[in-house]
Design a binder for this molecule. Sequence first.
Ligand code: NAD
Length: 332
Amino acid sequence: LSSENLTEQEARQAADELRPQLIRWGKEYYENDQPSVPDAEYDQVYNQLVKLEEQFPNIVTSDSPTQQVGGNVDSDFTKVKHPIPMLSLGDVFSKEELNNFIERLQKEYPEDQEFNCELKIDGLSISLRYENGILVQGSTRGNGKIGEDITKNIKMIPSIPQKLTRPINIEVRGECYMSKTEFLKLNERRQIDGKTTFANPRNAAAGSLRQLDPKVTAERHLSTFMYNVADYSDLQATTQSGMLKELKELGFTVDEDFQVAYTIDEINQYVDKYQQQRNDLSYGIDGIVIKTNSLPLQMKIGHTVKVPKWAIAYKFSPEEVKVKINDIEWTV
Ligand code: NAD
């Protein structure tokens, strides 16, 4: 579909056709943890919609998947309000788009010359609330404004500290994921038991965390990497990279592959390095996230209804690694 020669009417009609399809795929992915199409196919259709809506802003509807953080709130769980919303990320699929994004930021905010590059962990977002350094609540992202209370499940994950090294009030955000090894073991077990298998580690992690019985979560051996806080004034750090170090000091597990970059070349080198190494990692990554390093500048740059304007995800090409066990192929 090329939006170049479309009239507004044609674009509206095309967008109206794409949205129900994306909403249906979103339900399968976020609610049932069983997607029927690969992420790359979803992304392709999603980006067609983004392009149409960018070209014809009048056709944007409030229920468009482009205007909402994807995710659901299952009625089996108590709802948790996120006073500071949990956002998604804008994404790009080529170096050219990535470089344009960085150049635009540098031009608009000349003070923006320092970026933190991080791996984009392929799991699901969680938020952890601590009072006086004690873990009091864990929640899913849900639709960004309202998530699910998964405190009991969160307490089953060994990498999540029940008590921090300082008695502070803080809400820490990050990714819950399942390692490739745990994913393969789980699917193998499920196959032997005649149960449905998970399409990939991300869906297995989501299905394992959103369990009414926390014992099931415990058996699934989930892991976490934390990379954000709801309100950075709760920290001493004033940069994204400093925040990651401080989160580690507080007792969280952070992914230590992050790196500060000062030029587009350095950012591109980081992207290339991990694009090559991604299959060697013990956990799945689906891209790289580049963030403005200064936390006050992140605040100044702000966000849209869905994504921060100071960060971008460079998504890897959909080259997927297949592992065959007992004649069944799984993507890891
Ligand atoms: P996303 O996964 O593209 O990116 C945003 C998320 O990245 C954040 O919310 C956070 O959880 C995560 N993340 C991982 N590492 C991070 C880091 N270092 N810093 C910051 N964030 C980090 O966006 P989304 O809204 O969660 O999901 C959309 C994606 O889900 C699509 O790109 C699509 O591939 C997939 N999807 C697939 C289907 C399908 O049917 N296959 C359906 C719906 C969505």
